[in-house]
Write a protein that binds this ligand. Structure first.
Ligand SMILES: [Mg+2]
Length: 226
């Protein structure tokens, strides 16, 4: 299949967020708490998520992480930096620990050698560009379409149309969107008229219609569909 254009979601498509979190939390424990001592980020995060749900709407990532590190400091009073300092450290370290999907380079090489236009469509703000830089994927900035910059978010078909236009193509079944989110990526791409490939992350499809056209356990699987 020769695609007219190929688009990627960013988080949990170009890299594994779970892997980056795991490496970051390990480094956090080693550095601030002590070697071999585990900070239970999972239970703390779950607690924060339910606590934040009770607050008024509009609570963002910053508040979430502030609370996470305040709780960690309560449990581990030996940690010296303030919660605010820890949030800043964690954000930087999380970026540094992002590693491209093992199949990404081969996919990009293939797209370049076949002259297939490609870009990124992501829900987020300019912070996403730091991740793109870390992953070193060589996709120019004007082909990174960010929801907070465009003022429209996936799954709205409008953002897919904007991205297609950026690559001088029209949204059609000959344009491929790859992403992990059933609603934002799969339903969004389908409603824009594109073909949708879903990063399964070991999940089975339990999200109804529309279904993904292609299922991928890694970007390595994508080579067969290019
Ligand atoms: Mg994603």
């Amino acid at each position: 299949m020769k695609w007219q254009a190929v688009f990627f979601d960013l988080d949990d498509t170009l890299y594994s967020r779970a892997d980056a979190f795991a490496r970051t939390t390990r480094r956090f424990s080693d550095r601030f708490v002590g070697p071999g001592i585990d900070v239970d980020f999972d239970s703390i995060q779950a607690g924060v998520v339910s606590r934040i749900k009770d607050e008024s709407k509009g609570v963002g990532q910053d508040r979430h992480w502030q609370l996470v590190f305040e709780i960690i400091k309560e449990r581990h009073p030996e940690i010296e930096p303030t919660a605010t300092e820890l949030v800043a450290w964690y954000r930087d370290e999380l970026i540094a620990q992002m590693q491209p999907d093992p199949g990404l380079q081969r996919v990009l090489d293939h797209l370049r050698s076949t002259g297939t236009p490609h870009g990124v469509i992501t829900n987020g703000d300019l912070f996403q560009l730091r991740k793109i830089d870390q992953l070193d994927i060589g996709i120019p900035r004007d082909r990174i379409v960010m929801s907070d910059v465009e003022g429209v978010r996936k799954p709205d078909p409008e953002i897919f149309a904007i991205a297609a236009e950026r690559l001088a193509v029209e949204a059609s079944p000959r344009v491929l969107m790859i992403g992990d989110n059933p609603e934002a990526d799969v339903a969004g791409a389908k409603s824009a008229g594109m073909t949708a490939a879903w990063m399964t992350l070991d999940r089975s499809w339990e999200y109804g219609e529309p279904r993904p056209d292609i299922r991928l356990s890694s970007l390595r699987d994508l080579i067969d569909h290019l």
